[in-house]
Design a protein around this ligand. Structure first.
Ligand code: ADP
Ligand code: MG
Length: 277
């Protein structure tokens, strides 16, 4: 396999296929409801391949809902409905001919609260996603995926001698990296991260940011964050979401991160990125 993400390994076991190439995610006119409560209004956003996109904005403006729509988790909520399209490299993930597990395999998700299976071993945690997505892998393949996923998640050195220990015994930051490894084991093309560092200390936060900056060479990343410094440190582009009384969530402004922080176009973006609300 080629690519910057593989430089850590001198010879890769064969004949495994290299991970799929980088993919862009494209949301078009995404509108969402819970019952008759509309929470997103025609959100369109291109999340380019090989780039970290930050979604920012106050609580309740629909960032998590938007993220769940990007990998078809929204439809698991009974009252939820939506309109619009989500294209992964041009293919609509909601196309009737596509299986739900296809979207789950290609588009992974990491949540705010690290959620490894606590009693399950570190090794089994990493490969748990294979079973959930119906991905077949023999013993060698599993070993390979566990090692490479933990390396990519920046956790391998810390756990390689205790892969059979329970995931719940790790620190919060390590558990979050274990969850990242679990997502990576199914070799997704996009990784969605919903406030992945909000529950972590500053050191763990930095480690995860560094991990993201390495990972983005092989996986497109979309992150929700309330940490404006984090958005500036990691993301190439930002989208500012806002909802107000009676108005569902929508993107006020999006574009190059530096430009958005230094010279936002909309006064509401200026106020938000400067901590005024
Ligand atoms: P954010 O992540 O930006 O804080 P959310 O996407 O979580 O925003 O929420 C957007 C809106 O949708 C809020 O008004 C919230 O109360 C509502 N909402 C979120 N999840 C559900 C749900 N499962 N059922 C009903 N309403 C929900
Ligand atoms: Mg949220």
């Amino acid at each position: 396999a080629q690519g910057p993400g593989h430089s850590y390994r001198e010879s890769e076991p064969q004949p495994y296929a290299p991970p799929a190439p980088l993919a862009a995610l494209d949301a078009r006119n995404v509108t969402a409801w819970f019952g008759d409560h509309q929470v997103l209004d025609r959100v369109s956003l291109t999340m380019p391949a090989g780039v970290i996109t930050s979604l920012i904005g106050p609580s309740g403006c629909g960032k998590s809902t938007f993220l769940r729509i990007l990998n078809r988790m929204h439809e698991l909520i009974p009252s939820a409905s939506l309109a619009g399209e989500v294209l992964l490299d041009g293919d609509d993930i909601y196309d009737a001919s596509r299986k739900l597990t296809d979207a789950r395999k290609s588009i992974g998700m990491v949540f705010q609260k690290p959620n490894p299976f606590p009693a399950m071993s570190i090794y089994d945690n990493v490969i748990a996603g294979l079973k959930l997505t119906g991905t077949k892998a023999d013993r060698d393949r599993r070993d390979y995926l566990v090692e490479t996923s933990l390396i990519k998640a920046g956790l391998w050195k810390e756990v390689k001698d205790r892969l059979r220990a329970p995931g719940g015994g790790l620190s919060g930051g390590q558990q979050q990296r274990l969850c990242i490894a679990r997502s990576l084991a199914v070799q997704p093309r996009v990784l969605l991260m919903d406030e992945p560092c909000s529950a972590l200390d500053p050191t763990s936060t930095r480690v995860i940011e560094e991990t993201m900056l390495e990972l983005v060479h092989e996986v497109t990343i979309v992150i929700v964050t309330h940490n404006m410094q984090q958005a500036q440190r990691v993301s190439t582009q930002c989208a500012f979401f806002l909802a107000s009384q009676g108005t569902p969530g929508a993107i006020v402004e999006h574009g190059d991160t530096e430009a958005m922080f230094s010279s936002p176009i909309d006064s509401r973006t200026f106020d938000y990125v400067n901590g005024r609300f």
